[in-house]
Design a protein around this ligand. Structure first.
Ligand SMILES: Nc1ncnc2c1ncn2[C@@H]1O[C@H](COP(=O)(O)OP(=O)(O)OP(=O)(O)O)[C@@H](O)[C@H]1O
Ligand SMILES: [Mg+2]
Length: 229
């Protein structure tokens, strides 16, 4: 079975978002296998390195088959594929939520198994499914993610950038779907990770307001720019 096919490689020229954007797509692949991206010139030290990664669930279903992938520092990487291709499985393994069957992964040089504590501090995840307590306030859930209630000024900036500051005392259940999605982004950014995963980033984030897609992506890309050295 053929591997994922890169469909776009683009160097961004905006000085505010100095990242390259790569994406890869395979229209009919199942399971996600043999993901072999061309190695970018000068990419000696990837922020994410996946080697020979396979996953067979307890049911016997093989979701990933020998995936090899490197993502550069400062790069915005889009992984496209049909439902069930294994995208969430791959992300979940890198984030330490799902155990791999075989293969290795490093995040910012930390092995996700042997050195899992360090690896996880480097990663923020906006999951595909919303996983917040509906009765909690916005401020409570974001500060909980931050862990120590430390650096409230940083959290305040994140919530303001995501147009959530006015809602900080509101219960999550009273917010709109797009606002809930942006809370997940705020939580994922709360510990200032070097790596940010957005599993299905587009659903429910509208394009119409300053807090919608444009504003949200500015925040995400801005954080990436400041953390990707
Ligand atoms: N816990 C599990 N046990 C057994 N099979 C699973 C489990 N989780 C996922 N799968 C299967 O693994 C395959 C890949 O699922 P995954 O969620 O990674 O796909 P995806 O690419 O993220 O899909 P989508 O675009 O729909 O989010 C699917 O066939 C799914 O049914
Ligand atoms: Mg998924």
């Amino acid at each position: 079975m053929a591997g994922l096919v890169p469909v776009m490689t683009r160097e961004r020229t905006s000085p505010r978002i100095p990242h390259s954007l790569r994406s890869c797509y395979h229209p009919g692949m199942k399971p996600l296998d043999s993901l072999e991206m061309p190695r970018p010139a000068g990419a000696s030290d990837p922020i994410i390195a996946v080697s020979g990664l396979s996953k067979t669930y307890a049911s016997g279903f093989q979701a990933l088959k020998k995936v090899d992938l490197e993502i550069r520092r400062g790069e915005i990487f889009a992984l496209l594929g049909p439902n069930g291709a294994g995208k969430t499985t791959l992300i979940s393994i890198i984030c330490g939520i799902v155990n791999p069957s075989t293969g290795t992964v490093t995040a910012d040089r930390h092995d996700i198994i042997r050195d899992y504590r360090s690896a996880r501090t480097k990663i923020g995840l906006v999951p595909q499914e919303l996983t917040t307590d509906a009765f909690e306030s916005v401020w409570a859930t974001v500060t909980f993610s931050r862990g120590l209630f430390g650096n409230p000024a940083y959290l305040e900036k994140i919530l303001k950038d995501l147009s959530l500051w006015e809602k900080r005392d509101s219960k999550i259940m009273t917010l709109s779907g797009g606002m809930k999605r942006r809370i997940m982004i705020a939580k994922a950014l709360s510990h200032e990770p070097k790596i940010l995963f957005l599993d299905e980033p587009r659903p429910r984030v509208s394009t119409s307001s300053c807090g919608g897609t444009c504003g949200t992506w500015s925040v995400v890309c801005g954080r990436a720019a400041s953390r990707s050295s």
